[in-house]
Design a binder for this molecule. Structure first.
Ligand SMILES: [Cu+2]
Length: 287
């Protein structure tokens, strides 16, 4: 069982767990059921490993469960350019063209710098042949990781594939910002995080948004939720995407999350206010 994305999205109090298999065989069975309409010769899961292999957190592998993230180029000549890629079905070598939408999109693309100081959440456009493309503008040169978060149609569980991306130019990796309970967005919003991330146990994180010292109570839905939270583990950039479990438009948005291990994580919260999506980032420790 992969990231538990659906559990988080559809079950109010459920933990979004990555790195925990819950139920031997449960990862394989829904795939078989969901693939009934496809001809057997095109069943790309025939060679998929057993459920036991699914304890790895998302985003660490370029290829998983019969799908591969193929970046057209794994380096960009500058900080601004176009990213093009396909999700290739290993069994046929062809791009995947049918997806189940999650939060209004067939695919969510996260681009994060290896030093965890730069972050982009993008929604590429898919051509009929399965090629995805999006303009990308990054704040600095260096090593990045690209995460594709999607659910192939007919499958119960989504998956997140990750690939490296190099951006040409002079690169000075930054130290991870220290732990702090509050973060300020580039445009003056203050976000406070309450609660702790715990390894192997679900815990609640509450993020409170204010502007000019006043709580924001009119957050706007962004992709069907008042907040989207991505956690990346420092060191290997293991990926966890969680969704809020209450429907209030602020000032507080709560998430239930489970860290796959002790360690340091960088949290990125996307929220929408005054018609614009804004991002606040935090460094937290799970211990
Ligand atoms: Cu998205």
């Amino acid at each position: 069982m992969r990231t538990g994305l659906k559990i988080a999205a559809f079950t109010a109090a459920a933990a979004a767990t990555f790195g925990t298999a819950y139920g031997v065989g449960s990862a394989a069975d829904p795939v078989v059921a969901g693939d009934e309409k496809r001809p057997a010769a095109h069943d790309e899961h025939a060679a998929a490993p057993a459920a036991a292999a699914d304890t790895t957190p998302g985003g660490l592998q370029v290829s998983e469960r019969g799908y591969t993230l193929d970046l057209e180029r794994d380096r960009l000549p500058g900080r601004t350019g176009e990213l093009r890629f396909t999700i290739t079905k290993d069994a046929t070598g062809k791009p995947l063209t049918s997806y189940t939408k999650e939060h209004g999109k067939e695919l969510h693309l996260i681009v994060a710098s290896r030093d965890l100081t730069a972050y982009r959440h993008l929604h590429p456009v898919r051509a009929a042949d399965g090629t995805w493309s999006t303009p990308v503008s990054l704040p600095k040169a260096g090593d990045y990781r690209v995460f594709a978060d999607f659910t192939p149609r007919g499958e119960e569980e989504g998956l997140t594939l990750g690939a490296g991306l190099g951006v040409a130019g002079t690169y000075a990796p930054a130290p991870l910002p220290p732990h702090a309970a509050t973060a300020r967005t580039a445009d003056g919003y203050e976000v406070r995080v309450d609660g702790e991330l715990r390894p192997g146990t679900a815990s609640e994180l509450t993020l409170g948004v204010s502007k000019d010292g006043r709580p924001v109570t009119d957050l706007e839905p962004y992709l069907g939720a008042y907040g989207h939270l991505v956690a990346l583990r420092s060191g290997d950039l293991a990926y966890l995407h969680v969704h809020p479990h209450d429907g209030r438009p602020g000032p507080e948005v709560s998430f239930t999350a489970t860290a796959p291990s002790t360690g340091t994580y960088r949290l990125f919260l996307d929220f929408k206010h005054d018609g614009k999506v804004r991002t606040a980032a935090f460094t937290v420790h799970a211990a």
